[in-house]
Design a protein around this ligand. Structure first.
Ligand code: HEC
Ligand code: HEC
Ligand code: HEC
Ligand code: HEC
Ligand code: HEC
Length: 286
């Protein structure tokens, strides 16, 4: 009888285990089916076209060199560790958040594809990897609740999170008060602490946003400067975009003509140049 008491919890654990296994994808295409973004552009062409131009749409293929170094040298040679999903997510949790839903095997395969795409110039691998990015659902689902995980819990499957009080007749929409805050962007644009405690400093821009801008009275959010200003929307211009780079640097030149009249007169000019950082953080990032 006593043994029987364990059966129910055991069955529950087994059921839970099989459900969570079923929730993991074994191929990139299965991952894309779980987070299907193929139709978003039909109804939101403006956001789609802008996003397509942004670095969020190519966030794996534009960083192949760095990732190849981490997966083929850093993990196996410098730290002498095995390539596992935990290691792979140290880059891809931010560069392609859907990989959180990949099976252990697929996550490692993706890292191997990165290595082949970079070091063997394997075009097929690169084409597959181009399907991974910071997509619509990375922001509007996977990472939408993370800044207030305790309060909001995990994201609901198939729901679209938005900061606005909008109810779509087409898909489930859930308004959240996280997405219009800087903290939402900062979860990726800042220091990353992996589950094993290792810290990744891919970029530290949010640190300087909070320490050098907000603490000096700066009140604009990332979304104010990078999305709302000049209707930037989903293009997310940054260091690769002259329009916003110009805005970030104040340039002031003062030229004074002087004559030195010690002995011979020598005409001279004194040029004083002031460079001012008007971005909400240190530039450039790195
Ligand atoms: C068949 C059309 C259709 C498809 C497909 C669709 N949407 Fe929508 N969506 C709407 C409509 C209609 C609304 C209501 C508000 C509006 O008209 O913009 C909406 C609202 C939204 C909002 C909230 C807008 C706001 O103003 O806050 C977001 C975010 C959103 N959709 C994202 C997505 C994403 C991401 C996808 C793909 C996974 C998607 N939608 C697919 C029609 C669609
Ligand atoms: C906390 C989230 C996060 C993690 C973890 C992360 N990155 Fe990044 N990475 C970013 C962001 C955000 C940018 C864009 C930064 C910028 O332009 O200021 C970026 C930029 C890059 C770039 C430059 C891309 C370009 O187009 O210039 C490379 C290369 C890169 N990351 C590689 C890696 C590698 C390799 C890892 C794993 C060791 C990693 N990243 C981990 C968020 C992250
Ligand atoms: C990097 C994160 C991120 C990605 C990727 C992203 N969005 Fe958004 N989206 C936001 C944020 C943040 C807002 C709210 C902007 C604001 O408050 O001004 C938003 C707002 C919206 C809105 C409301 C109207 C508007 O433009 O403000 C729609 C519709 C939308 N997104 C659709 C999409 C679609 C479709 C995609 C993919 C093609 C996408 N988003 C990709 C972060 C993202
Ligand atoms: C899921 C993680 C993630 C979130 C959330 C996110 N980003 Fe990014 N962002 C990235 C990565 C990764 C890159 C770098 C892509 C690359 O170059 O490889 C990037 C690139 C950028 C760039 C272009 C940088 C350049 O050098 O040109 C800007 C600007 C930017 N993000 C702003 C934002 C803002 C503003 C938000 C919040 C509304 C946001 N991002 C939310 C991951 C994220
Ligand atoms: C006051 C306006 C302002 C605010 C607030 C702001 N930014 Fe920026 N950001 C800029 C300007 C201007 C630039 C272009 C300067 C440059 O890169 O030379 C820029 C550049 C960037 C870049 C590209 C950096 C590089 O070196 O390539 C990223 C990424 C970025 N911002 C993300 C963010 C994130 C994330 C936040 C919020 C934590 C944020 N920004 C807050 C104005 C702002």
């Amino acid at each position: 009888m006593i043994r029987f008491k364990w059966l129910v919890p055991l069955l529950a654990i087994l059921m839970f285990a099989s459900v969570s296994v079923a929730k993991e994808a074994n191929t990139i295409d299965e991952l894309l089916q779980m987070f299907d973004e193929s139709k978003c552009k039909d109804c939101h062409p403006k956001q789609y076209n802008e996003w397509k131009e942004s670095f969020h749409s190519k966030s794996v293929v534009s960083s192949l060199k760095g990732m190849n170094n981490f997966f083929s040298i850093g993990v196996p040679k410098e730290w002498e560790r095995k390539l596992t999903k935990v290691e792979v997510l140290k880059c891809l949790d931010c560069h392609a958040p859907v990989v959180n839903y990949a099976s252990e095997k697929l996550a490692v395969e993706i890292a191997e594809m990165v290595i082949r795409a970079w070091s063997k110039k394997d075009e097929n691998a690169k084409k597959e990897l181009a399907k991974l990015n910071v997509g619509c659902l990375a922001c509007h689902n996977i990472k939408a609740t993370a800044p207030a995980k305790g309060l909001l819990g995990k994201p609901e499957k198939d729901a679209i999170y938005t900061p606005n009080l909008v109810i779509s007749p087409v898909h489930k929409t859930i308004p959240v008060n996280t997405m219009d805050k800087s903290l939402f962007c900062a979860q990726c644009h800042g220091r990353y602490v992996a589950p094993d405690g290792e810290q990744i400093m891919c970029n530290t821009l949010s640190g300087s946003y909070y320490n050098a801008y907000v603490s000096q009275g700066g009140s604009e959010t990332c979304q104010d400067c990078h999305m709302r200003k000049n209707n930037r929307g989903h293009r997310f211009p940054g260091g690769h975009d002259l329009e916003i780079v110009k805005e970030g640097i104040g340039f002031n030149a003062e030229i004074t003509g002087v004559r030195h009249t010690v002995g011979k007169w020598i005409p001279r000019a004194i040029v004083r140049v002031a460079l001012e950082n008007r971005a909400g953080h240190r530039i450039p990032d790195g």
